[in-house]
Design a protein. Structure first.
Length: 684
């Protein structure tokens, strides 16, 4: 029988669950893989071996688990994005691939209010150069940055920031009439609390007070029927009352702190429609509090209420589900432990007011403590038990948010017959590859390439010599005049029998020359005059390391006394922990009619279409791989350049019923697979 050419044109479905290995009727089957380890999927369908990681430094105390939190003020000028490293009552700052130092040249460290044991449930939201941190066991804090090595934690004060006027007096003192005055901030429009009252003999009186520096105007109120009502506004520090009737439908703000009392602290916060929202205290886990419009820590209310007043709303449901996250999209999405809710002004309103604040349940999955990811007008969240990922998206026709399970095709990565895992942290690196990097409970790093408009939902696994414990992504310069989403990791590694926790930054997957290849983990790079030894590797003492020197692979060495000896003199040397990238296809099945499942078949030749690849191995099983022998026109003694095009490979063949292909990159070299074309002979 003549050979039948078959093609796998894409890997856009990622690694598929074993439960789907027989689902040849699914379109995703024909663009899926059986194994994707240390390969990631591009949004356009190709698969590349992941870049390695660059060693940044050890945490301040390797005996305890730390957490990375992104802080992104702005990308220009460069150096305004940070990875904040929280430890046990400490915080350090990472920027542009290194720790921020203080004025003495040591790592800048600031005291933090938070114990390491509470870091997994610490929530954060940022506005400009201020981040609000919330946790049910701690008073809410503002973390403010005024310089690379100047950070301050400040407990929130729930009161107007604008000071009340002082020194209120009347030129007609007495007790028949009482007045109070408030200051209105000239910039924000925030109204202060009222001043202490002053009495007058009658309502023909001229009032005066000490000016407030930030005030643009003042509101004057007069006591009527037990309430202070508005009688006028002044742009100076005086006002004359000539018997004006007080409007008690317009009263001054009243002091209110809904979070007073020990342990009555909000668990999460966000910003929505010019208000700051807080939610979930121990005593009121289903309640939301919105600040005054434009005054984020101001919870004042008037009697009767004004449209700009603070708002309190409680979710009404059949069971008590604590609010875990608040996420602003077209509506404010309220993610609870048992359901997902929508909060918005209503179908005919544009502003959120005490009278126009609607809440409705949307779906009933429940959300874990992992902060949701917003992308493509969708919200991705980890379900309450930690082992499913849902996408929440607004359906305009039904006027409701609907969900889609994003992990069902690769459910084995989170739940199988041997173990149940949870996603503990994740971070979305939008550029350049649109990958969500997720920390699994056993320390494995998962990747999820997501581009909804092209139906790319691809999961992949990434392993290293250690366990990944934390991840964050921040925008940084890519060194070529542009920006990228830099991925930072905390990795638990065993060095010389001792636990070390290292901060590492995922390398850029760009290289102008072969000498720039970076496909080792926890690595460092030497660049300079030719050397035969590289030192400064004490963080990998006793480890066997992979080496790329001037673009060529040097035999692995063991780090001894913090150094490795090379087999020659080189100018640019990258040294780090080796890892292997593996891609295995599903059982061979043409996309057209009929089936080859269960039939004997033989593959003798494979065409591998690659981009920027060197040193790959291809075969029918891992133990019998054929290395691609690359022809090169480079001069002797110079590194071969990566190849782009088609490689035709004759592989050790045998008759079998699977017809799977196995591609491996075991060297610290680049590899991108675009498609696989097999020449298949089918038996009887």
């Amino acid at each position: 029988m003549p050979a039948l050419p078959t093609i796998q044109p894409s890997f856009a479905a990622g690694e598929l669950s074993p439960f789907l290995h027989g689902r040849v009727d699914l379109a995703k089957f024909h663009v899926g893989c059986r194994t994707l380890v240390n390969f990631f999927v591009h949004p356009h369908g190709g698969a590349s071996n992941r870049p390695g990681t660059r060693f940044v430094g050890a945490v301040d105390d390797s005996t305890i688990r730390h957490r990375l939190i992104p802080f992104q003020f702005r990308t220009l000028p460069a150096g305004q994005s940070y990875a904040l490293l929280f430890g046990n009552y400490t915080m350090q700052v990472v920027m542009n691939g290194g720790f921020v130092l203080d004025g003495t040249g040591t790592v800048y460290t600031v005291a933090s209010p938070y114990a390491a044991s509470d870091l997994p449930t610490l929530k954060f939201v940022q506005s400009a150069d201020t981040m609000t941190l919330t946790h049910p066991n701690y008073p809410p804090q503002n973390l403010t940055r005024t310089g690379h090595a100047n950070w301050t934690f400040t407990p929130l004060t729930f009161a107007p920031a604008t000071a009340a006027p002082t020194g209120l007096s009347s030129n007609n003192p007495g007790t028949a009439v009482a007045y109070v005055v408030t200051a209105v901030n000239a910039t924000s429009g925030e109204e202060s609390l009222p001043s202490p009252y002053v009495g007058a003999a009658n309502d023909s009186s001229t009032l005066g007070w000490v000016p407030v520096a930030v005030a643009g105007s003042y509101n004057v109120y007069k006591l009527r029927s037990g309430s202070y009502g508005f009688i006028g506004r002044s742009t100076s520090a005086s006002f004359t009352d000539s018997g004006i009737v007080a409007d008690i439908s317009n009263t001054p703000p009243g002091q209110r702190n809904p979070f007073s009392g020990s342990g009555n602290y909000p668990a999460c916060s966000t910003y929505y429609l010019q208000r700051q929202a807080f939610a979930n205290t121990t005593s009121a886990p289903q309640t939301l509090w919105f600040s005054v419009v434009g005054a984020f820590n101001n919870m004042t209310v008037s009697t009767p209420t004004k449209d700009s007043d603070a708002i309190t709303r409680a979710l009404v449901s059949r069971q008590v589900d604590e609010i875990r996250h608040l996420v602003p999209l077209a509506s404010l999405l309220i993610m609870t432990s048992g359901a997902e809710w929508r909060c918005w002004p209503g179908p005919s309103q544009s502003g959120l007011t005490p009278a126009q604040c609607m809440t409705l349940p949307q779906t009933a999955f429940g959300c874990s403590h992992v902060p949701p990811v917003v992308t493509d007008n969708s919200l991705l969240f980890v379900q309450e038990k930690g082992n499913r990922v849902q996408a929440l998206r607004y359906d305009a026709l039904q006027d409701v948010y609907t969900s889609q399970d994003m992990s069902v095709l690769a459910s084995h990565l989170l739940y199988d017959t041997t173990a149940q895992y949870q996603i503990q942290e994740w971070a979305f690196a939008q550029e350049p590859f649109r990958i969500i990097w997720a920390v699994r409970s056993d320390g494995m790093l998962l990747g999820f390439t997501y581009m909804r408009e092209h139906e790319v939902y691809a999961w992949h696994r990434h392993v290293t010599d250690g366990q990944v414990e934390s991840v964050c992504a921040i925008t940084e310069s890519n060194g070529a005049g542009g920006t990228t989403d830099a991925v930072y990791l905390i990795v638990n590694r065993t060095i010389g029998g001792v636990t070390k926790r290292y901060v590492e930054r995922m390398a850029e997957r760009v290289f102008s020359t072969a000498a720039d290849f970076w496909f080792v983990d926890c690595g460092l790079q030497y660049s300079g005059a030719p050397v035969t030894q590289v030192s400064g590797l004490g963080h990998l003492e006793g480890k066997a390391v992979a080496i790329v020197a001037d673009g060529s692979v040097v035999p692995n060495q063991v780090v001894t006394s913090g150094a490795v000896t090379l087999d020659g003199a080189y100018s640019k040397v990258t040294v780090g922990l080796p890892y292997t990238a593996q891609l295995e296809t599903l059982n061979l099945e043409p996309a057209g009619g009929g089936t080859l499942q269960g039939q004997m078949k033989k593959i003798a030749q494979v065409t591998v279409r690659v981009k920027d690849a060197r040193g790959i191995q291809v075969g029918l099983k891992q133990g019998a791989l054929a290395e691609v022998k690359q022809r090169s026109s480079e001069q002797l003694g110079t590194a071969m350049q990566p190849f782009t095009g088609d490689w035709q490979i004759s592989i050790p063949s045998e008759w079998n019923r699977e017809g799977r292909l196995f591609v491996q990159q075991g060297y610290p070299l680049p590899c991108t697979i675009l498609d696989l074309i097999s020449e298949v002979t089918v038996g009887d």
